[in-house]
Design a protein around this ligand. Structure first.
Ligand SMILES: *Cc1c(COP(=O)(O)O)cnc(C)c1O
Length: 459
């Protein structure tokens, strides 16, 4: 592999200086960042990223939950080059392009049965905005004009645009914007750690569903849709819901005529050991959003997939103005769609989703070893989504004070040991690329274990 021009033209120090001078980083307190020596990535190779100084790191969070096969993958590179030789972009407003059509067909074939119409956009947040607007307008067209509200889950995360933040519920991220947002009804996500309903999963499920049914039975005339991260609530700390809850939600939404939106931006495309997390409970939502892994972590393409029923709600004579008035400049981008097709084909060829399912059992096995560490409170896992919650005292689940930045410290140590991670508060997130082999997972888990034990057992 040839060294990139960037590396030969500029030293690390020069790049670091320009980085600090010109870039405002997302979800980053820049004051802290300016004091630190940042990693500057120059290349990727398989499950590793390589910085401009030649240091190699395991990509332990799949570049924030996106990566599937790894970096610099021949088949994916080739798909982009092929498409680039044809056309990089043309609009989807009133026209079509070849990769967007072929990808939509492929996606529908993979979807839970009944989801048939693909609406493209370019990030998870936009896919959620689209789902919200679709659900809202659907009821307007159906003449049930009172159905305007949304139910969301406490601690939910659906992206950072204003609509997506409105259906979000993580105070730390969302509180500052509260006066800009539309109000939602917030229901508790059925956690099993520190649950008010005790530790028995069936009780937690039943009580949580009862609470939801009470709300729906009283107010379903006002409610357009319920939005939920199915099976795993991601950004709140990798919370895995107990079995039976998602199916229960689906049944209640059907009974009370409320649309169900499943946000599979994080869980979709194999991450939990099924192609979509909804499959764990044989659920078909009315609208499903996905993004992150769709292009294998290569380019920004996201999708909002609806049932025929929703789609037909928008059909009408031109004068009726039932058009779905939404679109983005790069909607259906051909380069992105081409690499998404290549990603899905490679997943099929390698039987990757099955592979993730099999390796999750191995991961679960190895993770039990972490529970002996003095400050590990809870270990949560579904497929290749893992969250390890660090606590001051596992005996009573007493959290570490957030000011201790225990998660940040563990991840800093992991970086020194050769793996890039990013915590969610006191939860250490481990989300390896889906194609990571057993041997690769072993090395990554060793670093994870060492980082946690070194940092927490001396503090
Ligand atoms: C990451 C995420 C989003 C937002 O996706 P972006 O591409 O970052 O806008 C939305 N929903 C869930 C569940 C996510 O994990």
């Amino acid at each position: 592999m040839s060294r990139s021009t960037l590396e030969t033209q500029f030293s690390y120090e020069e790049l670091a200086e320009m980085n600090k001078k010109y870039i405002w980083h997302p979800f980053t307190q820049m004051k802290d960042y300016l004091e630190d020596n940042p990693v500057i990535i120059a290349e990727g190779k398989g499950r590793k990223l390589i910085d401009v100084n030649g240091n190699e790191y395991w990509d332990g969070v799949s570049s924030i939950w996106l990566n599937v096969h790894g970096h610099n993958i021949e088949e994916l590179n080739e798909a982009i080059k092929q498409q680039l030789g044809k056309v990089a972009h043309s609009t989807l407003l009133g026209m079509a392009n070849v990769p967007a059509i072929l990808l939509a067909e492929k996606v529908v074939a993979l979807m839970p049965k009944g989801l048939t119409k693909v609406f493209y956009s370019d990030s998870g947040a936009t896919s959620v905005e689209i789902a919200i607007k679709m659900a809202f307008q659907y009821w307007q067209h159906r003449g049930k004009t009172g159905k305007k509200q949304f139910i969301t889950m406490k601690e939910a995360y659906h992206g950072d645009t204003i609509g997506a933040v409105s259906v979000g519920a993580i105070d730390l991220f969302h509180k500052a914007y509260s006066s800009l947002l539309f109000e939602c009804i917030k229901m508790p996500y059925p956690t099993t750690y520190r649950s008010p309903y005790g530790i028995k999963k069936s009780v937690i499920v039943n009580e949580s569903l009862k609470e939801l049914e009470k709300l729906l039975s009283e107010r379903s005339d006002e409610i357009a849709a319920l939005i939920i991260e199915p099976i795993v609530q991601g950004a709140s700390g990798i919370i895995v819901m107990p079995e039976g809850y998602l199916r229960g939600v689906r049944e209640l939404c059907t009974t009370y005529d409320v649309l169900m939106i499943a946000d599979e931006v994080a869980t979709g495309f194999g991450r939990t050991g099924k192609m979509f997390a909804c499959e764990h409970e044989q659920v078909t939502p009315d609208i499903l959003t996905a993004g992150k892994g769709l292009t294998g972590g290569y380019l920004p393409v996201a999708i909002t997939v609806a049932t025929d029923e929703i789609y037909k709600g928008f059909l009408g004579d031109y004068e009726e103005q039932k058009t779905f008035f939404h679109g983005h400049s790069y909607t259906g981008n051909p380069l992105g769609c081409a690499v998404a097709i290549a990603n899905l084909e490679l997943m099929e060829k390698r039987n990757l989703v099955k592979e993730v399912e099999l390796l999750s059992d191995y991961l679960a096995d190895r993770l039990t070893g972490f529970s002996q560490l003095a400050h590990v409170g809870d270990i949560r896992q579904k497929g290749f989504m893992i969250g390890i919650e660090l606590v001051r005292d596992p005996g009573n689940a007493e959290p570490f004070d957030w000011k201790e930045r225990i998660g940040v410290k563990v991840c800093r140590r992991a970086k020194e040991l050769g793996m890039l991670l990013r915590p969610l508060g006191n939860v250490i997130v481990f989300m390896p690329p889906l194609a990571a082999s057993k041997e690769e997972l072993d090395v990554m888990l060793d670093i994870l274990y060492l980082s946690i034990s070194e940092v927490t057992e001396k503090s």
